[in-house]
Design a protein around this ligand. Sequence first.
Ligand code: GRF
Length: 193
Amino acid sequence: MRTFAAMKRIAIFASGTGSNARRLMEYFEMHDSAQVILLVCNRAEAGVVAVAHEAGVEVLIVDRELFYTPRSITQDLHDRGIDFIVLAGFLWLIPEVLVQAYSDVMVNIHPALLPKFGGKGMYGMRVHEAVIAAGEKESGITIHYVDSKFDEGAHIAQFSCPVFPNDTASDLAMRVQELEHVHFCEVIDRLVH
Ligand code: GRF
């Protein structure tokens, strides 16, 4: 029997197409101790908003003013009893007050092997283009805790894949996304308890 009282409440922060958010929502839908209950998004037209609606997950659209008003977004999360935050394609820097409130329970996924190919402006296809331009033989994903700098929090897990000589950035993006879809939910499952 599912014991709802003990359910951990997960918020996803995402503003892209939402392929990872979709998997997380599906994975935790029938989970016995955790559930995705909120999507925080800064683009009302993002694909991930439709993903949340389909899954029956509440959507909170934020603008910069709300997001960077000290304590405001933190209060929104506390009001909903959020225990754990997953960043899956959210490009804004997380305000310090939120980092403090959710230290050790806020995690990001990055589509490269950090510390290489991370930092401000390193997102989407730019990451894969940079990996190929640097002649790397492998790339992959990094799942890490969030601090108040881009892509610098402590690493939790990394998974790698090859970069082949004739790869385009799109080829590599697909291979990396496959890794995300295979591993991300399970890593989050290990951390949420
Ligand atoms: C992923 O590649 C993730 O690593 C990065 O943002 C992307 C989100 O993709 N942080 P999607 O919207 O989940 O498809």
